[in-house]
Design a protein around this ligand. Structure first.
Ligand SMILES: Cc1ncc(COP(=O)(O)O)c(C=O)c1O
Length: 458
C-alpha cells in the first residue's frame, strides 16, 4: 500500500474505532480467552471487529448501537437474512421436542427429499455439520469408488479447512509457478506436506491445461472438485464450455466430478448445476440448507452413495450431530421458503446491485469490475475481466480492505474481499441504500485509487 492509501486507511480506522468503545472493550476481553479475540479467521479485521448484538431481517445491530445493512449474511448462508420468522418458529417448536435423538426422524427425510427433488445430481444424500466435512466425505467416497487417490482442484478454489483442500487457496502468485506448472502451496502452517502430495492444481476455466493434466494423470486421479462459481476467489463465473468439458472428460476417464455447491446452491432451486445444465457425479452443500445453523451435506449418484448404506458395510460415516433435529427443522423451514419465486426475487436484487455498481463506476470514471451471478457479487479493483484466480490476485486487494471499513462506517456490512450477497429480507430500497454508500465511499476514495491504481481512473 502506498503512502496516500495507508494514511487514508488510518483515518478510516480511526473514524471506525472512535465511535465503537463497546466493541473495543469486548475485543480486549475476548483476547484473554480467544486467540486474537475471535474464533474464526475470516471474521477478523483490523483494527478490531465490531461485536454484533442481534440481527433482524436485512439488518444487524452492533454493540455500539449501529444499524448495519448485512450484505455478508454470514458468508452467504442466511438466504432470508436474520431471524426469518418461519425458521424461528420451526426451531422453537423443534427444540421443545428435543434437539438430538441418536435415531433417524422424519424431518431428515423431508429435507433429504426436498434436496434430492431439487438438485438434479442428487439421488441420495447424507448430512454433515459443515461444508468442510461434506467435502471431506465426498473426497473419501470418490476415492473408494474409483480406487484412486489423487484429486484435482483449481487454484484459488476453497473447499473448507481439511489438509488436502488447504492447497493453493490464496497463494502468493509470485511463488506459485507458471500456469503450466502450478506449484501446490499449503494455505496454512501445519498442513501436512504428505497430504498435499495427492493434490494437483489447475487454473479455473482453462480447458487446455486441465485436459493436459487429466490426460497425464488420470490413472491416479479419483476426482476433480470445483466450485461452479469460484466464491472466495472473487465470484469468478465459469465458461459453459469449461463445465461441459469437465463433464465429458471425467466421464471418459472414470474420474468423479464433484461440484462444491456450498455457496452456489442458492443460485437456483437446483443450484449451479441446474442453472448451467451440467450435472456432476457428486454435489456438496452447506450454508443456506441449514437455515442459519451449522450444516453440510453431500450426495449424488445412487451407485456411489449406496456405499454408505450400513447394510453393505463398505464405508463408515458418522457424526454426533449429523442430521441434527434443530438443523433439520431450520433447514426445512428455510428451504421451503426458498422456492422459485424467492430465487427470482433475490437474483433480481442481485441484478439491481450489479447494474447499480456498474453505473456508479461509470459515473465516477472508474474502470472497475463486478464479478458474480445470481445473488452474490464481488467488487474488484481491476480493469480486466476475471477468468481465474490469478486475474483476481492481480487486482488491488488493499483497496477492497479500505472500502470495506469505510462502508462499515456508513452502515453497510459486506465482506473484506468485496463480496456482497443479497437476502430475501432485503428490498430494492435496501439495495439502493447500499449502492448510495458505495458511491459515496468510492467518491471519497478517488484520490487514493488514482494514486494506488492509476490504470483504473479514466
Ligand atoms: C465453496 C465452499 N466450500 C466449502 C466451504 C466450507 O464450509 P464450512 O465453512 O461450512 O465448513 C465453504 C465455506 O465458506 C465454501 O465457501
Amino acid at each position: 500500500m502506498r503512502d496516500l492509501a495507508a494514511k487514508y486507511f488510518d483515518a478510516v480506522k480511526q473514524r471506525y474505532a472512535e465511535v465503537r468503545p463497546n466493541s473495543l472493550k469486548l475485543h480486549k476481553i475476548a483476547c484473554k480467552y480467544l486467540p486474537g479475540g475471535d474464533t474464526r479467521t475470516a471474521t477478523f479485521f483490523m483494527p478490531f471487529p465490531n461485536f454484533i448484538e442481534r440481527g433482524e431481517g436485512a439488518y444487524m445491530y452492533d454493540a455500539d448501537g449501529f444499524k448495519l445493512l448485512d450484505f455478508q449474511n454470514n458468508y452467504t448462508s442466511l438466504i432470508h437474512g436474520h431471524a426469518h420468522p418461519q425458521t424461528v418458529d420451526a426451531v422453537r417448536e423443534q427444540i421443545a421436542l428435543g434437539s438430538a435423538y441418536t435415531a433417524p426422524f422424519e424431518k431428515q427425510i423431508e429435507l433429504a427429499r426436498l434436496l434430492t427433488e431439487r438438485f438434479p445430481s442428487l439421488d441420495l444424500v447424507r448430512f454433515t455439520n459443515s461444508g468442510t466435512e461434506a467435502n471431506m466425505h465426498a473426497l473419501r467416497i470418490a476415492r473408494a469408488y474409483t480406487g484412486k487417490a489423487k484429486i484435482i482442484k483449481t487454484e484459488g478454489g476453497y473447499h473448507g479447512t481439511t489438509d488436502v483442500f488447504e492447497a493453493s487457496v490464496d497463494p502468493n502468485i509470485k511463488k506459485a509457478g507458471t500456469l503450466d506448472q502450478i506449484k501446490v502451496i499449503p494455505e496454512s502452517r501445519g498442513v501436512s506436506a504428505n497430504a498435499l502430495k495427492d493434490v494437483l492444481v489447475t487454473p479455473f476455466n482453462d480447458i487446455e491445461r486441465t485436459r493436459k493434466m487429466i490426460e497425464e494423470n488420470h490413472r491416479e486421479v479419483a476426482c476433480i472438485i470445483i466450485e461452479p462459481i469460484m466464491g472466495s476467489a472473487g465470484q469468478i463465473t465459469p465458461d459453459l464450455e469449461y463445465l461441459r468439458f469437465l463433464r465429458e472428460i471425467t466421464s471418459a476417464y472414470n474420474i468423479v466430478l464433484i461440484f462444491d455447491e456450498v455457496v452456489t446452491g442458492r443460485l437456483s432451486t437446483g443450484g449451479a448445476q441446474q442453472y448451467y445444465g451440467v450435472i456432476p457425479d457428486l454435489t456438496t452443500l452447506g450454508k443456506v440448507i441449514g437455515g442459519g445453523t451449522p450444516v453440510g451435506a453431500f450426495g449424488g449418484k445412487r451407485e456411489i452413495m449406496e456405499m454408505y448404506d450400513p447394510r453393505q458395510k463398505k464405508m463408515y460415516h458418522s457424526g454426533t450431530f449429523n442430521g441434527n433435529a434443530v438443523t433439520m427443522a431450520a433447514g426445512l423451514a428455510t428451504m421451503k421458503a426458498y422456492d422459485e419465486q424467492a430465487v427470482t426475487y433475490v437474483n433480481e436484487l442481485g441484478g439491481l446491485f450489479r447494474e447499480g455498481a456498474q453505473r456508479i463506476f461509470a459515473g465516477l470514471g472508474l474502470d472497475m469490475r463486478i464479478s458474480g451471478a445470481g445473488s452474490i457479487y464481488n467488487i474488484l479493483f481491476t480493469n480486466k475481466e476475471v477468468h481465474n484466480y490469478r486475474d483476481v490476485a492481480a487486482a488491488h486487494e488493499e483497496l477492497n480492505k479500505i472500502l470495506y471499513l469505510d462502508l462499515l462506517t456508513r452502515g453497510v456490512f459486506d465482506a473484506e474481499r468485496g463480496m456482497f450477497c443479497m437476502s430475501t429480507a432485503m428490498t430494492a430500497a435496501d439495495v439502493e441504500f447500499g449502492l448510495q454508500a458505495l458511491e459515496e465511499a468510492l467518491r471519497d476514495m478517488l484520490p487514493v485509487i488514482a494514486d494506488e491504481a492509476p490504470e483504473l481512473v479514466d
